[in-house]
Design a protein around this ligand. Structure first.
Ligand code: KMH
Ligand code: ZN
Length: 283
């Protein structure tokens, strides 16, 4: 099976639903700001942009017009794969969380279960996951199955087993308060469990706050890919805010190179997705 095991796929999560300019003034809100930040990340070495949208005042948004505007600004500036969020913000409906799929992305995130999320609950009931999977599948978009907890893997497998999705990647998200902590041995357990059934699975790792760097290094050492960016972490180092997500991408590139893994290009990742589409049960 085609794979990018010798390369490093870097996903830049440039704007989430929670982080605001109160935490870091470099969080992009408008379509143009998102396009510029995506281009900076692409030239630093990211091949995927994980995308949320915001209202100009920073409130989390879901409107398809905002996704389409952000997409146009990204496409005008750089060659990256865009992975729209179907997680959105806590409290959004399934219909709202599906709107990014109308902006013709290559990929979409799909959270595979409910989870405590700080003081709140990020609810993903099984029927909602099935509805999102159906929307992703009919839009012919490649899902990235997000695991915030080990148990989410069994819901991901159920989606696959029931034929609701086929070709897919995984994103292991560590360190959300109330969910699976960002600890190397726990990442090891999740990766072993994924690979037990899918030895060739394409897995990326994201971690919150100060864990972003240490878990990126762990991911690299364990043959996985990485997600970095202001959605998950606003600091470049202790007490130093990152001036956007691009410096975090640069750091991931340096980490990858130190381990002999060059950043994968968007073209290489597109070829991999096409190979998965032709033979979906990779692993
Ligand atoms: N904002 C979180 C509640 C995703 O993008 O797929 C959910 C989230 C997941 O960010
Ligand atoms: Zn997200």
């Amino acid at each position: 099976m085609t794979s990018l095991a010798d390369k490093l796929v870097i996903t830049a999560a440039i704007v989430g639903a929670e982080v605001t300019r109160a935490a870091n003034p470099h969080v992009p809100y408008t379509a143009e700001e998102i396009g510029r930040e995506a281009a900076r990340c692409a030239s630093a070495g990211a091949s995927v942009i994980h995308l949320h949208v915001r209202h100009p005042d920073g409130r989390p948004a879901h409107e398809r017009a905002l996704f389409q505007a952000a997409m146009a600004e990204i496409r005008a500036r750089c060659d990256v794969l865009v992975q729209v969020s179907t997680g959105g913000a806590i409290g959004m409906s399934v219909a709202q969380r599906s709107e990014g799929l109308d902006a013709a992305p290559e990929m979409a995130s799909l959270t595979c279960g409910s989870v405590n999320f700080g003081d709140q609950v990020f609810a993903n009931a099984w029927p909602d996951m099935c509805a999102l999977a159906a929307r992703i599948s009919s839009a012919r978009v490649t899902p990235e199955l997000e695991l915030f907890e080990l148990g989410h893997l069994w819901s991901a497998r159920r989606l696959l087993r029931e034929g609701r999705l086929a070709a897919h990647s995984y994103q292991v998200v560590l360190g959300v308060p109330g969910a699976l902590p960002a600890e190397p041995r726990l990442l090891g357990v999740v990766l072993d469990e994924i690979r037990r059934e899918e030895p060739g699975a394409h897995v990326s790792v994201a971690a919150m706050g100060r864990h972003q760097l240490t878990m990126a290094a762990e991911a690299l050492a364990r043959g996985a890919h990485v997600r970095v960016g202001l959605e998950d972490n606003v600091y470049l180092e202790k007490g130093v805010l990152a001036e956007g997500s691009a410096p975090l991408v640069e750091r991931a590139v340096a980490l990858g190179r130190s381990g002999g893994r060059e950043p994968a290009s968007a073209a290489e990742l597109r070829a991999l997705l096409a190979a998965w589409a032709a033979a979906p049960h990779h692993g």
